[in-house]
Design a protein around this ligand. Structure first.
Ligand SMILES: [Fe+2]
Ligand SMILES: [Fe+2]
Length: 256
């Protein structure tokens, strides 16, 4: 079983397809992961499973992998961290997610407004794109990419997935901008909704898996460095984030 812990999840799931359901049952969504090359050992760490949960999961996985042959489960001692508030710089990013999610929730209504009267709804679409580019991407994603994620192993599988999501999101935004320029409603609609689905799932994974793991991994000294570096970004952006946050409320009033 020790060798299994070192294996990457995706090839293992291809070899033993029923493992997907076992992982899902344990709250681990590897089946829907776009990359899925994490090692089993890393998955146990990132998802904060305790010793009993690990033993139970490995028992079920071993039964599938060894198909009735005897196997030994290595003892992995782990205590689940007590739930606590995130450190302030990460907590701020969680708050930013709430504004991004509020805009994502408006996207289906924006699509209807564009369908109803494309030219009249165009300023709202432009404001939405401005929010996504300035707040969600240049401000929030830049803090993640240039600061928070840099405290962790660059090129790790989990970060690759998150960075790829950011890139895919940028691709959707470029496509929406081009579609609006060309008055191509179908294209704008397709990429607006795809962006919303992508970011919703991305933020859910950050709030429930990535950020909790990062928060409990950072030392006090690193939290201090994170806070200092984020403060520099806050100063650079000045009033812009607060203005964009107010704009969300105005957009909600227009589209509700
Ligand atoms: Fe992100
Ligand atoms: Fe984020």
């Amino acid at each position: 079983m020790q060798r299994v812990l070192e294996r990457h999840i995706k090839p293992l799931m291809i070899e033993f397809p029923t493992l997907g359901a076992i992982l899902e049952e344990a709250g681990i969504g590897c089946t829907s992961c776009t990359l899925g090359t994490c090692r089993i050992l890393d998955i146990l760490e990132i998802h904060d499973l305790d010793t009993v949960q690990i033993q139970s999961l490995l028992q079920k996985m071993g039964t599938v992998i060894y198909q009735g042959a005897p196997f030994q489960i290595p003892t992995i001692e782990r205590k689940v961290s007590a739930p606590k508030a995130f450190c302030p710089p990460i907590q701020r990013m969680v708050v930013e997610h709430t504004f991004i999610l509020r805009v994502i929730a408006l996207l289906p209504r924006l699509v209807i407004a564009l369908r109803t009267d494309f030219e009249a709804a165009r300023p709202m679409a432009d404001q939405t794109l401005e929010f996504i580019r300035t707040y969600a991407d240049r401000y929030h994603h830049a803090k993640e990419e240039d600061i928070l994620f840099r405290f962790f192993e660059q090129g790790s599988d989990i970060l690759k997935v998150m960075l790829q999501d950011h890139e895919d999101g940028r691709g959707h935004v470029r496509a929406v901008a081009m579609a609006l320029e060309n008055s191509d409603l179908a294209m704008a609609e397709q990429h607006l909704l795809a962006y919303g689905e992508l970011l919703k799932s991305h933020i859910q994974r950050e709030d429930t898996i990535l950020y909790p793991w990062m928060d409990r991994t950072l030392s006090d000294r690193q939290v201090g460095q994170l806070f200092a570096q984020c403060s520099v970004v806050e100063r650079e952006f000045g009033e812009t984030p607060a203005m964009q946050e107010s704009m969300v409320t105005r957009l909600e009033a227009l589209l509700n």
